[in-house]
Write a protein that binds this ligand. Structure first.
Ligand code: FAD
Length: 641
């Protein structure tokens, strides 16, 4: 394959950042402010207490800039997202501290509170006179929030809630910003009303005096100790003993206790109330898609820049070979680049969907479930890639200055934060199965048989499974069919297994857990299908033909390398003959060879990371002079010869 691409940097940049492109002014201005005012960059070697104090000081300085405000989330969440994107070049602890304070704490008050709460808290959140936290997780329960144990019993005589941690496992755990500096949390607890458990509610709870910073009687707090990452965040354990909070602190947009002491809820079921109560997690998951994508962009850029400048071995008496020219390098780095671009397309589609102004319950459910799957998948890949990238830079990959270890540690937490993959994939799987149930109800057995026969005919046709035609192997039609087939095939297996639960005398939960690996695979397959479909849509939207051509080939590489990773499945199902599988591997190699000369221009087309003033990575410098940049970092003297 002899391909030549014309790189139009602006078009490529725009295509890779479509959701926030129109808001880039906010990103740039805020990046500049951050550089001028605090110059906070990734912290790679600092004692934990010092790191926490620095993070706190810098967070206050950021608030003094007056840019971040909960009202911005309300007015235009894309502006807020643009600010967070700027912050993601700072030390991750600073970003996490501000996200917890503004989005998790402030955003929950915005979502679950009323105008009175907004007016009372937002001005102090903006200046950080109060420091907010999000008190959901307990020692006994993280993913399964419904089972948290902290209680808030309503006492109508004083119009207060009495908060208690009835067991050791009910101790609030990991609560960010709270061990040292926090003053308020949105406390998630069981509301006990006239002896009846009304389920999980959010109550704003002050835990420290604003001036003295002393913890109030009835509250015990400690630090959760050293961590793999986010060491500038003071994560706390917190316990309550008969601690009283006024009734008006209940975030009562949906569930309320009136002055006369009556409990009412505007939502039709406790399930719906629970969903809105934890709704901030959905926006949080979007951030946990954006963060790893940015980390991957930065580290892949380092890996590629180094690979195009580092030489090792080669023909005798000739200049040594660039390491990018080893297939063991480029056939990993270029599929990685293609995955990055596909993830960017999925991220942008999710931003647009999540921020749709008017949306139905069904659409919201679909969006939330999709976010869960994509969040899990992007984090899974990012962690694998970060490890690979570090080894691809050899010993220099170990140097903290090159930030591989930093991102590996800071991103690690993203995998479980706001939901671990195994839990999130199941959430998506439940949605997918309920959608299928609706479809089946409409189409019935006849529709089912027609669909199965269509799939069978397509894939049992030897022409189909054996064809090695390169144009067909490279076609978007084939890729979409393969991804769709994988999803539907695994879904059929899941349905078949679940429907046997009755004959096996299993409860639904037993049967679900029995099929769990297939269920998770189904959700992963759907997430890949979603990413592919969104990538195809994004390419079609791209106005510039040469950029469209390049993006199209990148997404072909994403699709084919993904199929290759899953050869075991496709071969087991006889979707591919072995000859076709070999032809796919050859096509991947050809695509990699074609794209390789353009890889640096492609990665650098996301020029936001180039104007990021806060990153200064020796191996990633555009001039490619990594020897001198590394030498300067560690004080190697210049040669006198
Ligand atoms: C640095 C840090 C900061 C944090 N900050 C906050 C904060 O500010 N506020 C807050 O409220 N929380 C916070 N957390 C808590 C965090 O959000 C939880 O750790 C997360 O929700 C996962 O819950 P868990 O730790 O209880 O894991 P668990 O739910 O116990 O999961 C453990 C493992 O079991 C698996 N698992 C669980 N259930 C199932 C199932 N049904 N099927 C298959 N597998 C399953 C999971 O996938 C996972 O692999 C923080 C955590 C950390 C580490």
């Amino acid at each position: 394959m002899d391909v030549k691409y014309i790189i139009n940097k602006d078009q490529l940049h725009q295509a890779r950042n479509s959701a926030l492109h129109a808001h880039e002014k906010y990103y740039k201005d805020f990046s500049q402010l951050l550089k001028t005012n605090i110059n906070n960059r990734p912290v790679i070697d600092m004692a934990s207490d010092e790191h926490k104090a620095k993070t706190h000081r810098d967070a206050i300085e950021v608030c003094k800039m007056g840019v971040l405000d909960v009202r911005v989330i309300q007015k235009d969440p894309k502006i807020f997202l643009s600010y967070l994107t700027s912050l993601s070049s700072c030390d991750m602890s600073l970003m996490a501290k501000l996200v917890i304070h503004f989005q998790l704490f402030g955003g929950t008050i915005l979502e679950l509170g009323t105008e009175e709460h907004h007016n009372k808290y937002f001005p102090d959140i903006k200046t950080m006179r109060i420091v907010g936290g999000f008190g959901m997780t307990e020692m006994g329960h993280g993913s399964n929030v419904r089972q948290i144990e902290t209680t808030a019993e309503y006492d109508h005589t004083t119009k207060e809630f009495i908060i208690n941690s009835p067991t050791r496992s009910s101790t609030k755990f990991w609560i960010g910003n709270m061990a040292k500096y926090g003053t308020h949390i949105v406390l998630f607890c069981r509301l006990i009303y006239k002896g009846e458990d009304k389920g999980v509610h959010g109550i704003v709870t002050q835990i420290r005096d604003l001036d003295s910073k002393n913890v109030f009687p009835g509250i015990e707090i400690g630090d959760c100790g050293p961590k793999i990452g986010w060491n500038g965040i003071d994560n706390a354990w917190i316990r309550f003993t008969n601690y009283r909070v006024p009734k008006e602190n209940l975030l009562n947009r949906f569930a309320n206790i009136s002055d006369s002491g009556d409990y009412t809820c505007k939502l039709s079921t406790p399930g719906k109330l629970f969903q809105v109560t934890i709704s901030q997690l959905v926006f949080g998951r979007l951030l946990y898609i954006c963060g790893p994508i940015k980390a991957l962009t930065i580290t892949l850029r380092t890996g590629l820049t180094y690979a195009f400048n580092r030489r090792q071995f080669g023909e005798k008496n000739k200049i040594e070979e660039l390491i990018i020219n080893y297939p063991s390098h480029y056939q990993v780095l270029l599929p990685m680049l293609s995955h990055l671009v596909a993830f960017e397309f999925a991220r942008d589609s999710i931003i647009e969907r999540l921020l749709e102004p008017k949306t139905t319950d069904e659409r919201l459910d679909e969006t939330n479930s999709t976010i869960s799957g994509v969040k899990a998948l992007v984090n899974e890949y990012t962690m694998i890639y970060l490890n690979k990238l570090r080894t691809f830079c050899g010993g220099n990959g170990v140097s903290s200055f090159n930030l591989f270890g930093y991102y590996r540690n800071e991103m690690d937490i993203f995998q479980t934060a706001e939901g671990d993959g195994a839990v999130l994939y199941q959430q998506l799987a439940k949605f997918l199965l309920s959608e299928y149930k609706k479809w089946y109800k409409k189409e019935g057995v006849t529709g089912y048989i027609i669909k199965e026969v269509q799939t069978f005919l397509a894939t049992s046709n030897p022409m189909y499974t054996h064809t090695r035609s390169i144009p067909y192997i490279l076609s978007n039609e084939f890729h979409h069919h393969a991804f769709l087939y994988r999803f539907e095939r695994i879904r059929s297996t899941v349905i078949e297994k679940l429907s046997h639960s009755k004959s096996k005398k299993l409860t639904f939960l037993q049967s679900w857990n029995d099929s769990l690996l297939y269920i998770i695979d189904m959700a992963k397959a759907y997430s890949h299908l979603y990413i592919l479909e969104q990538s195809h849509l994004a390419i079609r939207r791209c106005q510039d033909p040469s950029t469209r051509h390049l993006l199209n080939d990148l997404i072909k590489l994403y699709a084919l390398s993904n199929i290759e990773q899953d050869f075991a499945f496709f071969r087991n199902c006889n979707f591919l003959s072995s000859g076709k599988a070999f032809a796919i591997s050859d096509a991947i190699k050809e695509l990699c060879i074609g794209i390789k000369p353009y890889a640096l221009q492609i990665i650098n087309s996301d020029y936001n990371i180039l104007i990021d003033p806060l990153l200064n990575i020796p191996l990633a410098n555009l001039d490619g002079d990594y020897i001198n940049h590394m030498a300067d970092c560690v004080g190697v003297p210049k040669s006198n010869l």
